[in-house]
Write a protein of this length. Structure first.
Length: 54
């Protein structure tokens, strides 16, 4: 794997750890709101992919 790929991988890993620690520090109501928003986006993507492949 080249240097650019490794660097990108480390940056993504760091971002994921930072996001997880930020998420853990949030109050429960805020976590639920984020979870709901993410699930809406995931459902939209799922339906778009299904439409594309049909």
């Amino acid at each position: 794997m080249n240097k650019v790929g490794k660097t990108a991988m480390y940056m993504m890993g760091g971002a994921m750890i930072a996001a997880a620690s930020y998420y853990m520090g949030l109050p429960k109501s805020k976590k639920n709101a984020i979870k709901d928003e993410v699930s809406k986006v995931m459902k939209k993507e799922k339906y778009m992919l299904e439409d594309i492949y049909e």
